[in-house]
Design a protein around this ligand. Sequence first.
Ligand code: FEO
Length: 169
Amino acid sequence: MLKDKIQTALNEQIKIEGESSQIYLAMASWAETEGLGGTAQFLYKHSDEERMHMLKLVQYVNERGGKAIVPEFSQPDVGYKSLTNLFQTLLNHEIMVSEEINNLVEICLNEKDYTTHNFLQWYVAEQIEEEALARTIMDKLSMIGEDKGGLYLFDRDIESISVTTNSEV
Ligand code: FEO
């Protein structure tokens, strides 16, 4: 049985993962309307991954005898000035998510819930990968700058990049 404190913290994380999915869906839609088809596909996939992160938590809470709360989401921002602006927002968001996962891990240790602690290790590994990928993308964009040919190649190549290599999804 989950302790109330753990259940509340996991339900907060369910909301964060679901909101991440909504944010990346809005980003995908923005990219699509800007003619950035490869970037849009990358972000649609990323949005799906975040929904999986949410589902995994929902099922874990219920399996442990708790009650998962399916959250309400606020409408995500849809105005991005540029690809760099979009991916900087994504990187900042992932850094925030990593901090939240770390807080959750700390709560589990304080509450001596080693089962949830173990479950969360998948998210810890996932965050390392997601942050690294977002930083790599930002490095590429900063090299490209305003070069139209470079942006064309970026958009063509990003579609084949997988968000997740963390295999247990
Ligand atoms: Fe599920 Fe990108 O955090």
